[in-house]
Design a binder for this molecule. Sequence first.
Ligand code: ZN
Length: 269
Amino acid sequence: MLHLPEPIGAVFVTLIGLVVGSFLNVCIYRLPHGLSVVHPGSRCPSCKTPIRWYRNIPVLSWLVLRGRCSACRAGISVRYPIVETLTAALTLWIWLRYGLSAEFAVAVPFAWAMIVLFFTDLDTQLLPDVVTLAGVAAGFASAWFNPFLGEPGIHRIWMALSGCALGGGLLWTVGALYSRLRGVEAMGFGDVKMMAFIGAVAGPQGVLFAIFGGSVAGAAAGWALIPLRGRSMQSTLPFGCFLAPAGLAALLYARQVIGWYLGLLVPGG
Ligand SMILES: [Zn+2]
């Protein structure tokens, strides 16, 4: 019995995750400003010296250079290796859960998009259209092959459409009500488009799971941060930062959790 292929696959997937994570760093810093993610190549954020490929190896280069630019010695944020490690870890996790499958092909790019949206929202309170709207389009284009949308066939197309409409519609309604009641702009349309994206990939069940999970996490974090920020509930945390992990959890676990919950309601069912 030769058990080699399994660890080799895991190592390969982790390396891919690290390289993609390095690209996601570029996306996170450039997309909110409408800049190209391919040109120019990687540069030191401080002195703009182009970074040579052998000094641009994910995580390792940052460790070897001790988080400093090799030209000007300016500090380079620990965020770079964190995003690379997170991307590799999530990619490996999905690989270990599903292996080479349609689930993997859908969940991995979705997870990468959620990482980008989490950090752009954290940094700039922006959720770039090139991620959210492209995500909606990709969700529809892949719906036929997307096992997270249920049984094969036309049913999946319907699930993608209804998930997209429910996700976008619910968030738009909540936002409109909130700004009417409080007289403040509750959320930008970025959140609406992000939720439409999550719905197009994870379906209506995923939408309910993600909104519920994101709201609970957001409320908990809001209360936890009150001592730090003062009692100003106006200084809301960017909701996309909660929707991103909730959206990924919804894609991977919603059907399982809802099935388990229905099982509790209907014993033996
Ligand atoms: Zn520099």
